[in-house]
Write a protein that binds this ligand. Structure first.
Ligand SMILES: CC(C)(COP(=O)(O)OP(=O)(O)OC[C@H]1O[C@@H](n2cnc3c(N)ncnc32)[C@H](O)[C@@H]1OP(=O)(O)O)[C@@H](O)C(=O)NCCC(=O)NCCS
Length: 190
């Protein structure tokens, strides 16, 4: 699958993408809201391997795509939409970007395309997500996409020597405002 947006190409992962993933995942700015304190070659390879395996699933339930810059082709992150294991009508979304590319609206642009894909092509009823409450940038992305905060789990995560709250978000199909984020969608292509 391949999705073109105004400035980005969301494409399938390839095995050798792990080096680009590792380059940003080992950045302390990226690691701040994860339990990981560092990332190794083996972890980055396994991270990408999981997405390659998902590409082969039939029916496919998870679409985790590399975010690349349309002009340079450079891999700058990833975003995904994953059907819940327990039903066919709900999926969750996630995204991450290389820190030097933050603050340019790329995460919103990529995730908006995934939301539109989820409601249009996967015919979902509901899209959900969550983030660490202190991760203001991630919460802002979800709010910009139209997801509403549905809950706050207090101190349900513990890492880096402290407790963290988690925010839960959701968007119903009936509240979704279709966007023009997807410029081109090619299903089945790599
Ligand atoms: C979360 C993340 C993907 C946001 O990416 P991004 O491309 O910078 O997001 P956008 O440029 O689309 O900005 C979204 C909003 O967040 C705001 N924002 C960005 N960085 C911020 C920060 N450090 N503090 C507060 N707000 C911030 C932007 O101003 C924008 O809000 P606005 O529309 O009100 O101006 C990025 O910070 C990231 O990759 N973080 C590490 C991985 C991660 O946490 N992933 C999410 C896991 S739930």
């Amino acid at each position: 699958m391949r999705i073109a947006t105004a400035r980005l190409i969301l494409r399938e992962f390839a095995a050798d993408d792990w080096t680009d993933v590792l380059a940003y995942q080992r950045d302390p700015r990226y690691l701040r809201f994860y339990s990981w304190t560092e990332r190794t070659d083996a972890e980055a390879r396994a991270f990408v391997r999981k997405f390659l395996d998902q590409q082969a699933d039939r029916p496919r339930r998870s679409f985790q795509l590399a975010i690349t810059q349309a002009d340079s082709g450079r891999l700058i992150g990833n975003c995904g939409i994953r059907r819940k294991p327990e039903n066919d009508w709900e999926a969750d979304i996630g995204y991450e970007l290389a820190p030097e590319c933050w603050g340019r609206g790329y995460a919103t642009e990529a995730a908006r395309a995934m939301v539109d894909f989820g409601f249009r092509e996967l015919e979902l009823h509901r899209i959900s997500s969550w983030c660490i409450a202190d991760n203001v940038a991630s919460a802002r992305v979800l709010e910009r996409l139209g997801l509403r905060q549905e809950g706050r789990l207090r101190e349900n995560e513990y890492f880096k020597d402290r407790w963290w709250d988690t925010l839960l978000y959701g968007l119903l199909r009936s509240q979704w405002k279709p966007s023009a984020a997807i410029v081109e969608l090619v299903i089945g292509a790599s």
